[in-house]
Design a protein around this ligand. Structure first.
Ligand SMILES: Nc1ncnc2c1ncn2[C@@H]1O[C@H](COP(=O)(O)OP(=O)(O)OP(=O)(O)O)[C@@H](O)[C@H]1O
Ligand SMILES: [Mg+2]
Length: 272
C-alpha cells in the first residue's frame, strides 16, 4: 500500500447540537480511490467539506503527509493540493473552455496596460490537458463550457485540477446525473487520475460505479464509519446492504411489498 496523503484521526463534527460525524478514522492514499458510501444524510458531503476546507472538525485531527493541518478555508485546502469537483463540474457555463481552465491564473501576453489574456495559449493548454485524459472530442478551446455534456464538464474540471498540481481529488457524486456512457467516461478518467498517483475520494450511491474504481471503501451510517474494507473483501450484495444503512435489500423489498399489499398496490411515496 502507498503512503497516506491525508489521514483523519478521531474526527467529530457537530453543527450546534446536531452531531453529524462521530470518531472518523480514515486514510486517503496516493494512487488509490477511496469510495465513500452511505445512505442520504449519512454525512458523506460533510466529511468531504472538512477535507476541502469548507467546515472544520469540532474535534479530532486532519493530517497531511503525517503532519496535522488546519484547513480553515477552501483556498487553504486548494493550496495544499486538495481539489474538489462537484456534481456539475463546477466550471463556468458562459466561459470558453480555455478561459474557464485558467480562471484566477490567467496567462497574459504583452506588458503593463497592453497586457491581454493569452487566448491562444490558454486554449492550447486546456485542450491538450483534456485530451490527455482521453476526451478527444474536445478540440476547440473557444467552445463554451455550457455547450459541453455533463461528462465532458466533469472531465474538464478533473483535467484542470490535475494540471494545476492537485494531489487529492474529491468527487461528490460525479456520476449521479450522467447516463451510462458518460458515467463510464468519468469513471475512466477517475482511473486515469489514480494511475497518475493522485489520491481520489469518490462519493457515489451506485454500487457498480464504486466497484469500477474503488480500491478502498468506507461506509458511513449515521455519521460513523460502519464498515471499512478493501477491494474484493465484500460482494456487491454486501456493499448494497451496507449502503442501505445496514438493512438487507431483501428486508426492504419485503417491507415495500407489505406496504403495497395493504395500500391497493400503491408503492410508498418517495420521502421528501
Ligand atoms: N450546516 C449544517 N447544519 C446542520 N446540519 C447539517 C449541516 N450540514 C449537514 N447537516 C446534516 O448532517 C447530516 C449529513 O448530511 P450530509 O450532507 O453530509 O449527508 P450525505 O451523506 O452527503 O447525504 P446525501 O447522500 O443525501 O448527499 C444531515 O442530517 C444534514 O442535515
Ligand atoms: Mg451529499
Amino acid at each position: 500500500m502507498t503512503a497516506s496523503i491525508v489521514s483523519l484521526k478521531g474526527v467529530n463534527k457537530s453543527f450546534g447540537p446536531i452531531d453529524v460525524l462521530h470518531d472518523i478514522n480514515l486514510e486517503v492514499r496516493a494512487g488509490e480511490v477511496l469510495c465513500l458510501l452511505g445512505d442520504n444524510g449519512a454525512g458523506k458531503s460533510t466529511l468531504i467539506r472538512l477535507l476541502s476546507g469548507v467546515h472544520q472538525p469540532t474535534s479530532g485531527e486532519i493530517l497531511m503527509d503525517g503532519a496535522p493541518v488546519r484547513l480553515t478555508t477552501p483556498r487553504e485546502a486548494a493550496d495544499r493540493g486538495i481539489a474538489t469537483v462537484h456534481q456539475f463540474g463546477g466550471t463556468f457555463p458562459l466561459m470558453s473552455i480555455g478561459r474557464s481552465f485558467f480562471v484566477g491564473v490567467e496567462p497574459t501576453k504583452g506588458w503593463g496596460p497592453f497586457k491581454v489574456f493569452d487566448r491562444k495559449f490558454a486554449n492550447e493548454v486546456a485542450v491538450k490537458a483534456v485530451q490527455s485524459f482521453g476526451i478527444t472530442r474536445i478540440t476547440d478551446g473557444d467552445r463554451l463550457v455550457g455547450g459541453l455534456s455533463g461528462g465532458e464538464r466533469q472531465s474538464l474540471a478533473i483535467a484542470r485540477a490535475v494540471h494545476f498540481g492537485a494531489r487529492v481529488l474529491i468527487l461528490d457524486e460525479p456520476t449521479a446525473a450522467l447516463g451510462v456512457k458518460q458515467a463510464a467516461h468519468v469513471l475512466r478518467i477517475v482511473n486515469e487520475a489514480k494511475r497518475r498517483g493522485l489520491a481520489v475520494v469518490f462519493i457515489t450511491h451506485q454500487v457498480m460505479h464504486a466497484m469500477a474504481v474503488g480500491d478502498h471503501f468506507a461506509v458511513l451510517i449515521r455519521g460513523a464509519v460502519a464498515s471499512d474494507f478493501r477491494k474484493g473483501e465484500k460482494t456487491r450484495e454486501e456493499i448494497t446492504d451496507l449502503m442501505a444503512g445496514g438493512e438487507t435489500m431483501a428486508t426492504l423489498e419485503a417491507s415495500i411489498e407489505g406496504y403495497m399489499a395493504s395500500h391497493d398496490g400503491h408503492p410508498p411515496s418517495p420521502a421528501h
